[in-house]
Write a protein that binds this ligand. Structure first.
Ligand code: PLP
Length: 471
């Protein structure tokens, strides 16, 4: 008899069995890390809108927004319907050398919604692939004659070898081999970019930047972004905006950069909620003249791909078409602005009420970060809890106190949140855009109550739960 597990078997696995399978066949360190939090010790039965329904019947408010993927919430009915229709009509999934009406329509819609002549799309599967596609395009645009690419010191662009090289946040971590010519500049500092361009005069093929950095919640100023545009135009440098996380209304405009009329990058990358919470799909969209110069000849007709196996699958694209239409018809930018009108003032009020616990509150629309700090006493305690040399790592201290807050929100208030793995590790308040105002208020009240306990108590409790498993 076969010992293979079936899909039906998955429904009957206990959390202990799932941990055991992870330990043996997936990643045992992940089990040690995630079981430090309540959510690592439970399984979700189903997920709908802004809520997770656990196996034990509890209902948890998902304030993570799927780390950017779930602006539409879990299992949006229109997304489910489009996928059901696709399956029932037995549409062709794998097009390869047949043309796909879905790729064609999605390309059209992207061009329709984006400003200027940003109109030529490629549709890989992940954010990192889109970034690398954009970088390849910029390099090819200059015919391989320029060799330097500038990126921000705090950037996050992915974990593949190329996108990882361009991720400033990866400095200090394990050094994988990377792409040559990557030079950092100080995020948001035009003088720093100008100095790098001067130093590498005539050799810079691209500047890559996140107009809003989702992993640190820092934002570029209008002056900086327009200055970059001017500089790139003057020096014929390809300007790439990475909005993998911040697209489709999340920050209060369709894309963050679109809050500034007339500002158009040469290439834009997007992913996350582009797939409606179901499709693993991303895009890079290039200005037509840039794309044409790089790839518009028979020899290069297929050169710009970053994925050939899963490129342009029918159901993925159909889902993205629906996801984009929902974001536009249901005014996701407006929804994000209204969420921000509650979240922004609410978080600033909390920061004032808990000056010892909150160091910084920053954000836009429905994407906010709360940097948890704590005075020296709390940091001393955090250092004591951390094993060995880790105790001296200032980033680890921020992680610990923020993890303690995330854990208390979950255990005491049934709110699922997370902290960013970059910068000062802010607790991210980034709910799905389908959330209601009273649910945003509930998050604020809960955070207020949690911080009211004091960080020392929260840390001690978190440590008692399982702190050693964090590492
Ligand atoms: C701004 C940004 N760029 C790139 C990426 C990488 O995307 P992926 O994880 O899909 O490769 C992310 C992922 O969070 C991101 O936030």
């Amino acid at each position: 008899m076969s010992t293979l597990l079936s899909v039906e078997d998955c429904d009957g696995l206990t959390v202990g069995q799932v941990h055991d399978l992870y330990r043996r066949f997936v990643n045992r360190s992940q089990v040690r890390l995630m079981t430090s939090f309540g959510f690592g010790r439970e399984l979700v039965e189903r997920a709908e809108g802004a809520y997770l329904h656990l196996r034990d019947g509890r209902r948890v408010l998902d304030f993570t927004g799927g780390v950017g993927v779930l602006s539409h919430g879990h299992n949006h009915p229109r997304i489910l319907a489009v996928r059901r229709r696709f399956a029932e009509q037995r549409r062709m999934e794998v097009h390869k050398t047949y043309f796909s009406p879905y790729v064609a329509a999605l390309g059209h819609n992207l061009a329709e919604l984006l400003p200027g002549d940003l109109s030529m799309s490629f549709l890989p599967n992940s954010g990192a692939e889109a970034v690398e596609g954009a970088v390849k395009l910029a390099y090819k645009y200059h015919g391989g004659r320029r060799h330097t690419i500038l990126h921000a010191d705090i950037s996050f662009h992915g974990k593949l070898l190329g996108s990882g090289t361009l991720t400033g946040a990866a400095r200090g971590q394990f050094a994988y081999p990377g792409i040559p010519g990557a030079v950092p500049f100080a995020y948001g500092d035009l003088d720093s970019v100008r100095a790098a361009v001067r130093e590498h005069r005539g050799d810079v093929y691209a500047i890559l930047v996140e107009p809003m950095s989702a992993s640190t919640v820092r934002q570029c100023s209008e002056e900086f972004l327009r200055g970059l545009r001017e500089l790139c135009t003057a020096e014929d440098i390809v300007l790439i905006f990475d909005e993998i996380y911040t697209g489709w209304g999340k920050t209060g405009s369709l894309f963050y950069f679109m809050r500034y009329p007339g500002l158009v990058p040469d290439v834009l990358t997007t992913s996350k909620s582009f797939g409606g919470g179901k499709s693993s799909i991303s895009a890079y969209v290039a200005r037509q003249p840039i794309f044409r110069k790089a790839y518009d000849n028979a020899a290069d007709a297929l050169a710009h791909s970053t994925s050939t196996t899963y490129y342009g699958f029918g159901e993925e694209c159909a889902t993205a078409i629906e996801a984009v239409n929902i974001a536009v018809e249901d005014d996701y930018p407006g929804r994000a602005r209204r969420i921000g009108e509650i979240l922004g003032p609410g978080l600033r009020r909390i920061a004032k009420q808990h000056p010892d616990a909150v160091a910084r509150v920053e954000g836009a629309g429905a994407l906010w970060g709360v940097s948890i700090a704590g005075g020296p006493k709390v940091l001393d305690l955090a250092a004591k809890l951390a094993p060995g040399g880790l105790a001296r790592d200032p980033r680890l201290r921020a992680k610990l106190v923020t993890a303690a807050v995330v854990s208390a929100l979950y255990l005491d208030h049934d709110i699922y949140s997370y902290y960013a793995l970059n910068g000062d590790h802010p607790l991210i308040a980034g709910p799905p855009l389908v959330i209601e105002p009273d649910e945003v208020e509930r998050f604020l009240d809960s955070l207020d109550t949690v911080l009211g306990q004091g960080l020392t108590k929260l840390l001690t409790r978190f440590a008692a739960q399982k702190v050693s498993s964090l590492w």
